[in-house]
Design a protein around this ligand. Structure first.
Ligand code: MG
Length: 316
């Protein structure tokens, strides 16, 4: 509804400008047409993990190829030892910008998977260092994609505290801190005092709390946002639309992903996903591609994903 109104107003202002400048009907039509053509360039982001070695073996050439395909923004992966592969942060940023791309987000994982009262200080120190490095890249978002160990409600509480603390560290430097899911976050753990069901169908019986829901409940909306990977949500036997509806302000970014090249499996309803995302104000998303199963290269797969979204009428 809002978009329709905005589009209408945009057209109206173009008509007015065109009308004033040309003073006739025919030139107005022409100006609306050319603006439609110019607006055809969509802003589509790429999670660079999708390319693996094909990118890291020659970063400058790879970045140019990504830009040539048509992507405009990047979400990084591969930060390690305070570097991006062989590059320090500033030179890496320079390569990306020289290719005409912009780094808007980055995936990073802290060195610990099991959080304890004893290692939260070490984890916070790591986040301070990581935030400092990523400020140099000019990213807006820093995102943890790896799930910490959560087997009990106490684990979930501690993870919430560690996430909030990371969010606070990032916020102090002007970055937003978020969490990216796979399918394991949709497993359930018992509520306090609850005995989990047993027997052959135990894993299909709803009980306790969904870990993802606990992550949402145990984190501060002012410090922690969520990047929903819609494919992994489906793999976790859940409906992305249900979560987008339930947490419209917490989920701020999407990973647009399919089993292989976007739109080729029968698993993902991207039209509904985009419709809902725009409805709740999400405009930022990153294409992600696992290893392609055919004999195409990752670059060819990543191009296939771009073409799918660029040709899709439901993607703005
Ligand atoms: Mg993902």
């Amino acid at each position: 509804m809002m978009e329709t109104k905005r589009d209408f107003l945009k057209k109206l202002s173009l008509l007015t400008v065109g009308g004033l400048m040309a003073g006739g009907v025919a030139p107005v039509v022409a100006s609306v047409k050319s603006s439609t053509a110019a607006a055809k360039k969509k802003s589509i982001g790429l999670q660079i993990y999708s390319l693996g070695k094909e990118l890291t073996e020659n970063v400058p050439a790879g970045m140019k190829k990504i830009a040539d395909i048509g992507y405009t923004t990047l979400e990084l992966a591969g930060y390690n030892n305070r570097k991006m592969g062989q590059y320090d942060m500033e030179p890496y940023r320079k390569i990306v910008e020289e290719a005409g791309l912009k780094i808007t987000s980055a995936h990073v994982n802290p060195p610990e998977r099991k959080y304890t009262k004893d290692n939260t200080g070490k984890i916070a120190d790591w986040w301070k260092q990581t935030v400092e490095d990523h400020v140099k890249l000019g990213v807006g978002r820093l995102i943890q994609p790896g799930m910490p160990s959560i087997e009990t409600q106490d684990d979930a509480k501690l993870v919430g505290e560690v996430f909030n603390s990371a969010g606070e560290i990032a916020k102090a430097a002007g970055l937003k801190w978020g969490y990216h899911n796979h399918n394991m976050e949709f497993k359930r753990i018992p509520k306090p005092g609850e005995t989990p069901p047993s027997g052959p169908y135990a894993s299909f019986m709803p009980f306790g709390d969904v870990i993802y829901d606990l992550m949402l409940a145990n984190t501060d909306p002012n410090l922690v946002f969520f990047e929903m990977d819609v494919y992994w949500t489906v793999m976790g036997a859940n409906d992305p639309l249900e979560y987008l509806d339930k947490y419209p302000s917490r989920i701020q970014v999407l990973h647009i992903k399919d089993r292989s090249v976007l739109g080729q499996s029968g698993m993902m309803n991207f039209e509904n996903i985009f419709k809902k995302a725009y409805e709740i104000g999400i405009n930022e998303f990153y294409v992600e591609l696992e290893k392609v199963k055919t004999n195409m290269t990752q670059f060819e797969g990543v191009k296939g994903c771009f073409d799918y979204l660029n040709n899709a009428s439901f993607v703005k």
